[in-house]
Design a protein around this ligand. Structure first.
Ligand code: FES
Length: 182
């Protein structure tokens, strides 16, 4: 579930990326959220931002396109901002750094390789989809500013589980305290 409030905070990570985004328009969509300057996202490759004080969003720039999705992996909450981007079956995917699940940038579908006949040698595999598992959000660019409109579809998507305030608070608590420099 997506809550609506106003607090926002930002952090940046490094790397590359892409997602269906609306190129330039004259004004940001109503109820969209400012993420950052496009040039900064392009330079960093990725940017994460807490939107509405409740939902961590990952915005990626890859091969000239911007993509936005829930930051934590639908499988077990892995940090997708640290995942590599690779192409599988002709689809660009982010590969979760925790258990290597593959999620399409464009649709949030989870891809896996199915084995046709486990007794046949050599094994023959084919790519299949488990369906949409990661919530994808809409990106809009206005005069070099990048905005995200949250996908507020009422249909539950598995990544929602890891976007709750409770999970966020617990996962932040579980992180080790930063070491103080002497
Ligand atoms: S948490 Fe992402 S693959 Fe397991």
């Amino acid at each position: 579930m997506i809550n609506m409030s106003s607090e926002e905070e930002a952090s940046q990570t490094s790397s590359t990326s892409s997602s269906p985004h609306t190129p330039s328009s004259s004004s940001p969509p109503l109820s969209s959220h400012f993420i950052g300057r496009k040039e900064d996202i392009v330079k960093a490759g990725r940017m994460t931002k807490l939107v509405n004080g409740c939902r961590d969003i990952l915005v990626l720039h890859h091969q000239g396109r911007l993509h936005a999705m829930d930051m934590r992996c639908y499988h077990s909450g892995g940090p997708l901002q640290h995942g590599d981007i690779e192409e599988f079956n002709g689809l660009l995917c982010i590969v979760c750094p925790w258990h290597k699940y593959k999620i399409t940038l464009a649709g949030g579908e989870a891809l896996y390789q199915a084995v046709d006949d486990p007794t046949a040698k050599p094994l023959r595999t084919r790519w299949c989809s488990k369906g949409v598992k990661q919530r994808i959000h809409k990106v809009t660019e206005v005069n070099g500013d990048v905005y995200v409109t949250l996908n507020d579809s009422s249909e539950a998507i598995e990544s929602d589980v890891y976007q709750t305030e409770r999970y966020r608070t617990n996962s932040l608590k579980a992180q080790p305290e930063p070491k103080h420099q002497k």
